[in-house]
Design a protein around this ligand. Structure first.
Ligand code: PEP
Ligand code: MG
Length: 576
């Protein structure tokens, strides 16, 4: 019997395909059967991962016990090393691979669950708690394995894609989808501005998140429809429903093709103000989409995607090639490249898992870059070298302190001096800007305005940090409100300060690509909107209908309101 589940729509479109469940165990891993001829390879993959973890643990122990032979950490590491050698764990997982053709991650997690169950039976509370070490050691192995993915689920023969059903997915997981005929995904957790959702939109994969227990409600291979526009998931649809959704999918495509007529129309308001509609990209792969909508430039290139989901970091030449390709392709239109924003939910592979009590407030973005100056310098050199191929602007994410800009500017000066000494060319006019996405920055704009050439408001983080809600936590997603009066004051204040001091300001968070907010942002004085290229034509349609003379005073009145419901009603009325 077909049934429907409602969640949060995070990436538009309709997908019809077969379920591929990822583990409902504590660890999120794929489940699949390995073809017989690949079994020895799969066992070897596990062996190598175990050897890597053994090496890591020995190294960790050496570091932890230096000068203190009886360190507690040393004892824990010993315990984990012992577990690695326990035949109940790795040995048994090898057997599951060879005999049941399970992929390595799945085999290991299954075995872990068995061992953990046995620990649960133990009476002694100390020993019972040692199950946490089993889980930790397995997590370490799985992490290594995920850096070396095995064979992904086979492509379907019936022409339908695979729909991933998971508890949660990291942005790095979603990147891999592109190559594997993944039609869409649904998850138990997540919010619309989580990085995973942003990647889904960029890949144009329909997605619904925040479904709570979807994994318990569907079976491997079952037919599923995702309506990523309405946040609806239909399980086991019959032929009639499938037909209906096929029809709806064609209608959506038709609507899009109508919007295409606006591609070469300039985004000008009814009273003649020009508005720039720029694209957010994650790399050269998005250039076709940028061209398809004839964006006015790139307002946000999230370079961290070049660094994620791989073991070795991209070197200067690889980065240079990526940046050059984008700059050349934009042929003189402005390209704002953001220095890597890693950390929090965009963790790099293989970086020692430092326990972070609160990753969103931890070593992220510019904080990470300044903690790894060599890595930062390599990127700055690559960016500067690429600058001769177009109109580059460099943007620093998540600024909160003046010294973060000062240090970044010093590193840029250092990169330039090195290139000068090596006789390598760069454009000396490259402008440096910063992202306003921490309330502290929005409230102390002077120090940023004095040091920078442009500002871009990252509303995704600005809202997260203003309202103190983790943007990737679906339990608080209902509190994520772009129309909260505090948020609007910070955005409007930044736009006004930019205008007063002649500094260009853009918005590059998800708000810029949501037609519900276009008139509001225009009325605040915003003239630069940067968004996923898939939204540009829809936003252009809004701009073409806007009359700023009429909007500006109405928006000023909204900014004085301090009741969320009144703000919401007034913003909705802007369109009427
Ligand atoms: C933002 O925070 O609004 C932003 C554009 O940056 P990201 O989504 O990559 O954090
Ligand atoms: Mg951000």
């Amino acid at each position: 019997m077909p049934f429907t589940i409602h969640g949060l729509p995070v990436s538009q479109g309709i997908a019809i395909g077969h379920v591929h469940l990822v583990s409902h165990a504590m660890l999120e891993v794929n489940h699949y059967h390995v073809a017989a001829k690949y079994l020895p390879e799969e066992v070897e993959r596990l062996n190598e991962a175990v050897a890597t973890v053994q090496g890591e643990l020995v190294g960790l122990k050496a570091a932890a016990t230096a000068g203190q032979p009886h360190s507690e950490v040393g004892a824990f590491v010993d315990l984990q090393l012992m577990m690695l050698g326990d035949p109940m764990l790795v040995e048994a997982a090898r057997a599951l691979i060879s005999e049941r053709r399970c992929n390595a991650e799945w085999a290991l997690v299954q075995q872990m669950e068995l061992v953990v169950e046995q620990f649960d039976q133990i009476e002694d509370p100390y020993l019972r708690e040692r199950k946490a070490d089993v889980v930790q050691v397995v997590e370490r192995i799985v992490k290594v394995l995920l850096g070396h993915p095995g064979h992904l689920p086979p492509k379907r023969r019936d022409g339908l894609g695979t729909i991933i059903v998971a508890h949660d997915l990291s942005p790095a997981d979603t990147i891999g989808f592109r190559d594997h005929n993944i039609g869409g995904f649904v998850t138990d957790v997540g919010g619309p501005t989580s990085h995973t959702a942003i990647v889904a939109r960029s890949l144009r994969i329909p997605a619904v998140v925040g479904l709570h227990h979807i994994r318990q409600l569907v079976e491997e291979d079952e037919l599923l429809i995702i309506d990523g526009t309405r946040g609806v998931v239909i399980v086991a649809p019959d032929e009639r429903i499938v037909e209906e959704y096929r029809l709806r999918r064609s209608e959506l495509e038709l609507e899009r093709s109508k919007l295409n007529r606006l591609k070469d129309t300039r985004a000008t308001t009814l009273d003649g103000e020009d508005v720039n509609l720029l694209a957010n990209i994650e790399g050269p792969k998005d250039l076709n989409q940028v061209k398809a909508v004839n964006a006015d430039g790139v307002g946000l290139y999230r370079t961290e995607f070049l660094f994620l989901g791989r073991d070795a970091l991209p070197d200067e030449d690889e980065q240079y090639e990526a940046y050059r390709t984008v700059l050349k392709s934009l042929a003189g239109k402005p390209v704002t490249i953001r220095t890597f924003d890693v950390g929090a939910d965009k963790a790099l592979n293989g970086v020692s898992a430092r326990f972070e009590p609160n990753p969103a407030l931890g070593l992220r973005a510019v904080r990470y870059s300044l903690a790894e100056p060599q890595m930062f310098l390599t990127q700055l050199r690559a960016l500067l070298r690429a600058s001769v191929h177009g109109k580059l602007q460099i943007m620093i994410p998540m600024l909160a302190h003046a010294h973060e800009i000062d240090q970044s500017l010093q590193l840029i000066a250092k990169a330039k001096a090195e290139l000068d000494a090596e006789g390598l060319k760069y454009d000396p006019r490259v402008e440096i800007g910063g992202m306003i996405e921490v309330p502290a920055a929005a409230l102390a704009l002077g120090m940023f305005i004095r040091r920078l050439s442009f500002l871009s408001i990252g509303t995704n983080d600005l809202i997260q940090y203003t309202l103190a809600i983790d943007r990737s936590d679906e339990a608080v997603v209902h509190l994520y409100d772009p129309l909260h009066p505090a948020v609007l004051k910070l955005i409007a204040g930044t736009i006004q300060a930019g205008a007063r001091f002649g500094l260009p300001v853009s918005v590059c968070g998800e708000m810029a690509g949501d037609p519900a907010y276009t008139l509001l942002l225009l009325g605040m004085g915003l003239r630069n909107f940067s968004m996923h290229p898939g939204h540009i034509l829809e936003i252009k349609q809004q701009v073409l209908r806007a009359d700023l003379n009429e909007l500006a005073p109405r928006v000023q009145r909204i900014l004085k309101m301090d009741e969320q419901s009144k703000v919401r009603d007034a913003v909705m009325r802007l369109a009427s």
